[in-house]
Design a protein around this ligand. Structure first.
Ligand code: SAM
Length: 328
């Protein structure tokens, strides 16, 4: 079975797999009222065997990187076993996870031993009071302790996701830079994306990553080349810093040209784009190992429907009410 490719000749090396919709944080731009089970959640999230099968099918069609996301992946008690199941695929060279960091200090050694090779931790503010206000959890110190534990467990670089918000953190670049000067952290500013539920917040706080890029370029930072299974960040480095800065700017022209990612939700639907598609059900083909070829064929066929761009800049938020079920 050949490499997954769409009708615009984009190749897909990277799967973002959500394993739960549940989250214990209440980020203002995502789940301000906290996670509430809805009718979808009456169904169960993908089991470890289903996750093994779906990742095997992607691996057999050229996927070399899987990112585990959510919801908050560490809310799953069987997370370590899930990592180990994905790690059964030798073609998958990198297993990454995006987490709020709440359970890092306690569990990171187990996750690493099971095969986790890369970590993204979400931190929108280095000020404990502001962190609490944004996430609904007074946990900045615990999350930072988790990052220290991850370094101690052997991760050589950790990525930190920071949603860029006007007047909240866009004017605190120096504080972030001071933090990463001695630490091998790639801190990635993600432009706030407009979702169905987040329109008011978007109007108030969206600011282009270009404001950060201009400041970096003016103070001696240089842009790095991009690798083929890398995520969407433009990465900048500086000789005086161990850390790097990444910019994820989905509103920038041509953002989608280099798209190499597909998503599978915790209920087993294939999403061709973070924004605006209803999802192709895969779960009926995850019941037994014998269905693998049919599964690969369905994914390959669905890819022909992947559109060229997300048209976010034209105000399209599609059906995406928030990013908690599809993994941000
Ligand atoms: N719970 C995990 C976490 O906190 O990292 C993983 C899921 S979370 C949905 C993944 C990422 O999406 C986080 O870094 C989060 O900040 C980001 N995110 C969620 N909603 C967003 C939005 N409207 N705009 C930009 N980034 C968003």
């Amino acid at each position: 079975m050949p490499q997954f490719t769409d009708s615009f000749a984009r190749r897909f090396y990277y799967l973002r797999l959500s394993i739960t919709d549940v989250c214990n944080f209440r980020c203002t731009y995502c789940l301000p009222d906290g996670y509430r089970p809805d009718s979808r959640a009456q169904k169960s999230f993908l089991s470890r065997d289903e996750i093994r099968r779906v990742t095997r099918a992607f691996a057999a069609s050229g996927t070399e990187k899987v990112r585990i996301t959510g919801g908050e992946p560490s809310m799953r008690r069987d997370l370590t076993d899930i990592i180990a199941a994905i790690n059964e695929n030798p073609q998958i060279r990198q297993i990454a996870m995006t987490t709020n960091g709440y359970r890092l200090a306690r569990d990171v050694v187990r996750w690493r031993n099971a095969g986790l090779s890369a970590l993204n931790v979400s931190i929108d503010s280095l000020d404990p009071v502001q962190f609490h206000a944004i996430t609904g959890q007074d946990k900045l110190r615990q999350v930072i302790a988790g990052i220290d534990a991850a370094f101690a467990a052997g991760f050589s670089q950790i990525k930190v996701n920071t949603v860029l918000m006007r007047d909240l953190n866009h004017n605190r670049l120096q504080q972030f830079l001071d933090w990463i000067r001695p630490r091998p952290i790639q801190l990635r500013f993600i432009e706030l994306m407009e979702t169905g539920e987040g329109s008011a917040l978007f109007r108030q706080h969206h600011v282009s990553g270009a404001v950060i890029r201009d400041q970096l370029l003016a103070s001696g930072w240089t842009a790095q080349p991009r690798q083929r299974s890398a995520g969407p960040a433009q990465v900048f480095s500086h000789t005086d810093y161990r850390g790097e800065i990444g910019l994820i700017m989905p509103y920038e022209k041509d953002f989608c040209v280099s798209c190499n990612r597909l998503r599978v939700s915790a209920l087993g639907n294939l999403h061709l784009c973070l924004f605006g598609d209803g999802g192709v059900p895969l779960r009926d083909l995850l019941a037994s190992d014998e269905q693998q070829l049919a599964l690969q064929q369905r994914i390959a066929r669905s890819l022909q429907q992947k559109s060229e761009g997300h048209f976010l800049h034209q105000g399209n938020t599609g059906i995406t009410q928030n990013l908690s079920f599809i993994g941000g």
